[in-house]
Write a protein that binds this ligand. Structure first.
Ligand code: GDP
Ligand code: CA
Length: 335
């Protein structure tokens, strides 16, 4: 078997970033079967969570990947900068300025200032991301899924609204409402008109392995797959495509995958999510799918759908455990 030299990962924020840490650890330690210790990783990141806050462009998933891999993340929160201070937020609150639900830390604000300034000078998000990564050196090539503005919105029940429902930005659903009210629908504004960012399709076609980490299948991986051209590139790529379930034991580990899966009518189960992605041989995107050991009962149905499947521990408790998950994913499709 020839060595895997290039790996492409479609990532959301926290789940994707944690997986990438373990993957890079596994590559460097040479414990991924058939993967060169010098293998290069390209990350296509979700940008549909992006939002404007106080005139600043914030890209939560890009930043979570960049800070996590660049060792700038707050390890307890899993988002934002470590050793953060909150003077800007306090001052804004003192002015009675709205939108204090989105906590912009002082250190984090610098990232958004640089990004916004570059965007306003005419640089596309992909170039801005490259520039930010020069500081953070994340050890991967980090590509926004698109340079276009795409925003996930969630319809929620609101008895006070005349129609009985209200549409909020995804971040408002997640951060302010804490995904505590049922999501009735997920609408990704601008997705169908978007085009893949520079290098995205090439990263899917010219690679030795594509990995769908245990990121949210609707609002992280789902939006990336919805960028016109991405799904076709995955179907046609000569490289195998393997995914890891973000649903363990019938619910998400953290986050709100359960709520958004219910909103799009997909059963909240490890096997069901694999079948939702579908087999490449049947027009879907997967060759292989890993479920957690406690979801071993799902394996047969996934295989029946034409997808190679195995049950292994899928909790990203530390880098070694996560690297072992990555190794199992590689073996499933290349072993
Ligand atoms: P977000 O953009 O910050 O929401 O992050 P992602 O979309 O990349 O990942 C969120 C998903 O990661 C959640 O829906 C969880 O189900 C999943 N997740 C988090 N921790 C773990 C873990 O230890 N194991 C598995 N299998 N999934 C996890
Ligand atoms: Ca996200």
């Amino acid at each position: 078997m020839s060595d895997v030299e290039r790996i492409t990962v479609l990532s959301g924020g926290m789940g994707g970033a944690k997986f990438l840490q373990g993957l890079l650890h596994g590559i460097a330690a040479g414990i991924l079967p058939g993967v060169s210790p010098d293998a290069e990783v390209t990350v296509v990141a979700n940008t549909a969570d992006d939002l404007w806050v106080h005139g600043l462009k914030v890209c939560p998933d890009l930043d979570t990947v960049m800070y996590t891999l660049g060792d700038g993340i707050d390890p307890e929160r899993g988002w934002g900068r470590r050793e953060e201070t909150w003077s800007v937020r306090e001052e804004l609150t003192a002015y009675g300025v709205d939108n204090t639900w989105f906590g912009l830390g002082d250190r984090d604000v610098a990232t958004h200032l640089v990004r916004t300034q570059m965007l306003e000078a005419g640089y596309p998000l992909s170039a801005v991301t490259r520039a930010l990564c020069e500081r953070w050196q994340p050890g991967v090539r980090l590509l926004p899924m698109t340079d276009d503005r795409v925003e996930t919105h969630v319809a929620v029940t609101d008895e006070e609204a005349p129609s009985g429902r209200r549409v909020v930005h995804f971040q408002e659903y997640w951060v302010r409402l804490r995904a505590g009210v049922p999501a009735e629908a997920v609408v990704v504004v601008g997705l169908e008109q978007s085009t893949p960012g520079p290098g995205v399709l090439e990263a899917l076609r010219e690679t030795d392995l594509v990995v769908l980490p245990p990121s949210n299948p609707v609002v992280s991986v789902g939006t990336i797959l919805g960028v016109p051209g991405v799904r076709d590139a995955l179907r046609d790529t000569p490289a195998p495509v393997v995914g890891l379930s973000p649903i363990v034991g019938g619910t998400h580990v953290r986050g709100m995958a359960r709520q958004v899966l219910e909103a799009v009518g997909v059963e909240v189960g490890a096997g069901a999510v694999g079948r939702h992605y579908g087999a490449r041989s049947a027009g879907g995107v997967l060759d292989g799918w890993l479920v957690d050991s406690r979801d071993a009962d799902d394996v047969a149905a996934v295989r029946e759908a034409g997808i190679a499947c195995a049950a292994v521990p899928l909790m990203m408790t530390d880098h070694d455990a996560t690297a072992a998950m990555a190794a199992a994913a590689v073996s499933l499709v290349l072993g």
